[in-house]
Ligand binder design. Structure first.
Ligand code: OKP
Ligand code: ZN
Length: 340
């Protein structure tokens, strides 16, 4: 399979708040390095991304948020400290239409959903390179009518039009879907297989009927992102019926995920989707430090089999997965049915 990858992700490894202390995030550069090494060994073909299309970025993210992300680190260094990561500490909790503060400290709360990630010197460059991979993979799929995989890091599915969080800054899967739409596919499906609900993707497309969002994830009553991902969230206005959440209980295994995937594929077919983005998190793996699901490496091949059989133009975008040792084998197992 064609794999889009870049070294720029190495510029970003940001601290997160963990048990009351700042620690380097579980979302680490070794994740992408392991995946790259494994996919090289399995003989996948690597390609470099094209330059990021800022018009595409602007169709998924708010202009003021993009300006904030691009300048947050320098503003933080000038106003606060170059020795600490830039992160929020206050949020407009419960206030629906809060006015945006002018100060960087206030804006970090305004533009984020939690304190589980931060912005460091290389964050914007790494996030934009990650987005460029998703865009380039989508362009490849359109041009070649073959599937492609974007080795994105940092991940993207928790980032909404104007908020970062959950290790995500730019929504790579949403950008890939928007690119497919702009290339002429009338309706695109995003199937999100990450252990965590793709709240950012859901929010970006919630009022739209041209992108069907389906997410299979741990029930938000027990898991991050806590406030999104319930089955009752079905979309707004014209988008009603084009958002489908399939939450699973803590400890769910391959059979439960496989059954939910059957429902996801049914929804995709009923909606008449012409192209597919798979938000591939492998934090559903049995030994994942953040997850509780029990999937094995072989299960990823079985999960991908009915998706590959759809034979739709398909972009696979890397999201989470924190069991660094086996992460490459898990991704390779998922990709294998698409090469058959
Ligand atoms: C991102 B993705 C653990 C904090 C957990 C939130 C999890 C983000 C997951 N110290 N932070 O969906 O894999
Ligand atoms: Zn996840």
């Amino acid at each position: 399979m064609r794999v889009f990858a870049s070294d720029q992700h190495r510029l970003h490894h940001a601290p997160e708040l963990h048990l009351g202390r700042l620690e380097l995030s579980t979302e680490c550069p070794q994740r992408a390095e392991q995946i790259r090494e494994a996919l090289e060994q399995y003989g996948h073909q690597f390609a470099a991304p094209d330059a990021l299309d800022h018009d595409l970025l602007g169709r998924v993210h708010a202009a003021d948020y993009l300006e904030f992300l691009a300048t947050a680190w320098t503003r933080w260094c000038d106003a606060v400290s170059a020795d600490a990561p830039a992160m929020g500490i206050f949020w407009p909790a419960g206030q629906r239409d809060a006015l945006r503060p002018d100060n960087i400290v206030g804006q970090l709360g305004y533009y984020s959903l939690g304190a589980d990630c931060s912005i460091v010197a290389g964050t914007w460059l790494a996030a934009s390179a990650s987005a460029a991979l998703a865009q380039s993979a989508a362009d490849f799929v359109v041009a070649e009518q073959k599937p492609a995989y974007a080795l994105c890091r940092p991940p993207g599915h928790h980032a909404s039009a104007s908020q970062f969080g959950g290790y995500c800054y730019l929504n790579n899967s949403a950008l890939a879907a928007q690119r497919l739409r702009d290339s002429g596919y009338a309706r695109v499906a995003i199937i999100d297989l990450d252990y965590h609900h793709g709240n950012g993707t859901q929010s970006i497309f919630f009022a739209r009927d041209d992108v069907l969002c389906v997410s299979i994830h741990a029930d938000p009553r027990d898991e991050f992102p806590w406030f999104w991902g319930h089955a009752s969230e079905r979309g707004d206005g014209a988008g009603h019926g084009y958002n489908l959440n399939l939450p699973l209980p803590t400890g769910a295994g391959a059979e439960q995920v496989q059954a939910a995937l059957g429902s996801a594929i049914g929804a995709l077919q009923r909606a008449g989707c012409e192209a597919l983005v798979i938000a591939l998190g492998v934090d559903t793996y049995v030994d994942d430090p953040l997850g509780t699901f029990t999937l094995t490496t072989d299960d990823y091949r079985h999960l991908a089999t009915p998706l590959a059989a759809l034979a739709l133009p398909t972009v696979i975008v890397q999201e989470g997965g924190y069991a660094v040792g086996p992460i490459g084998d898990n991704v390779a197992a998922f990709l294998s049915p698409f090469d058959a």
